[in-house]
Write a protein that binds this ligand. Structure first.
Ligand SMILES: *Cc1c(COP(=O)(O)O)cnc(C)c1O
Length: 380
């Protein structure tokens, strides 16, 4: 028998979450962001649930080819554009839309021989200072692109640094409005956090875009069931359901006396007699090693906590709350849910585990290790 650990992908939940994003931006088209192998879920596994989106957005040309291979004939957007001139040939051949964030990418387009008109998303650096033209350089970039026979359509995009937090988006929206004021083109501003929290804000500019959700939103993390603004918001408060469950089983049970310690570094000491379970899951499976004692976990669908340090292949959990609700000690093979939903329907949001480990759900889902077998929930 293989190790009992596995990840389960829930297509019905992905479909539900996509519909939540559409409801949050009813007048916009939705890019389903499937970069990083659909945030660890697997592009092929997530595809069917997400094909109700208006397009797929990603970074990697290899991933774009996989989406085309699945039979998707609609829009695909390269969020960072091309990395070298010859990537443009694939864009022409596969009809990929691509971001343009720097002058070099315009030079490459100008030199590119093609019969196919390219659709580009011109990116404004409105304050994030990663990719994009500064507000002062934006109009010149637009004018250059607009003069190219290779370019059929220019859309305007930017990305928010604080849509999930206190600073918010207003300072970047003001930059976007100023830089794009009288330029033609569809607008695309919102990620998950902005779509859920700020989609209704007014947006000024050419045409009747009206709201911040504008013409396109780019939905990533929320589609996979994580609240982008956790712990302020939660998956439950946004009505999002887990896209992924990471589950395993108990391998062993140990009985501790007061003063006994657990695991490497003896980081947990029992202060009374207690039983702990040893779970077949460790950091080599993608579970965060930094998850401290008290990180939540579900044993037989009952919420309890990690105790002691997470090791490569195992971690240890407190069985006290389980014993309080079950007639006997859980035995080997008992279900343990590290995040996601248990067989009894109880949900442990990945956000809570991430928060406890001082990281974010994005990282946990993307870090799911190759050695963990993944299956699709039969409940399509
Ligand atoms: C990843 C990404 C998104 C999606 O962000 P979420 O926070 O996961 O919704 C949107 N836009 C760009 C440019 C991205 O790189």
């Amino acid at each position: 028998m293989p190790r009992p650990i596995k990840a389960v992908i829930h297509p019905a939940n992905l479909r539900h979450n996509l519909s939540r994003m559409k409801a949050a931006a009813p007048n916009a088209r939705v890019w389903a962001v499937v970069k990083a192998n659909a945030y660890g879920h697997g592009i092929e596994r997530a595809f069917d649930a997400l094909r109700g989106a208006d397009g797929f957005a990603l970074l990697d040309l290899e991933e774009a080819q996989r989406v085309r291979a699945l039979g998707w004939r609609g829009p695909i957007l390269l969020l960072e554009g091309v990395f070298e001139p010859r990537d443009l040939e694939l864009c022409s051949r596969l009809d990929l839309w691509h971001t343009v964030h720097c002058n070099e990418q315009i030079d490459w387009l100008a030199a590119h021989k093609t019969q196919v008109g390219h659709r580009v998303f011109l990116k404004l650096n409105s304050g994030m200072n990663r990719l994009g033209f500064t507000p002062n350089a934006f109009r010149a970039a637009w004018t250059r692109l607009n003069a190219l026979t290779q370019v059929e359509e220019i859309s305007l995009m930017t990305h928010f640094s604080d849509a999930d937090g206190e600073r918010g988006v207003a300072h970047q929206v003001a930059q976007f409005e100023r830089a794009t004021q009288d330029l033609a083109g569809a607008r695309a501003l919102c990620n998950s956090a902005a779509t859920l929290r700020h989609a209704g804000l007014a947006l000024a500019g050419e045409g009747q875009h009206g709201q911040l959700s504008a013409d396109w939103v780019r939905a990533g993390i929320a589609m996979y069931g994580s609240a982008p603004d956790h712990p302020q918001g939660s998956a439950a408060s946004w009505d999002l359901r887990p896209g992924m469950t990471l589950k395993s089983q108990l391998l062993a049970v140990q009985h501790l006396q007061p003063g006994d310690t657990v695991g490497y570094g003896s980081r947990f000491t029992a202060d009374q007699a207690m039983s702990i379970g040893v779970v077949a899951c460790g950091y080599a499976d993608g579970y965060p090693r930094h998850a401290p004692t008290d990180t939540p976990v579900l044993v037989d669908g009952i919420r309890t906590r990690v105790v002691g340090r997470v090791s490569m292949d195992m971690l240890t959990v407190d069985l006290t709350p389980v014993l309080a609700q079950r007639p006997a000690l859980p035995g080997l093979g008992t279900e343990v849910v590290l995040w996601g939903q248990a067989s009894n329907g109880v949900v442990l949001p990945v956000d809570e585990v991430a928060h406890s480990a001082q990281t974010i759900a994005y990282e946990l889902m993307c870090a799911l290790a190759l050695r963990v077998p993944v299956e699709l929930d039969a409940d399509l």
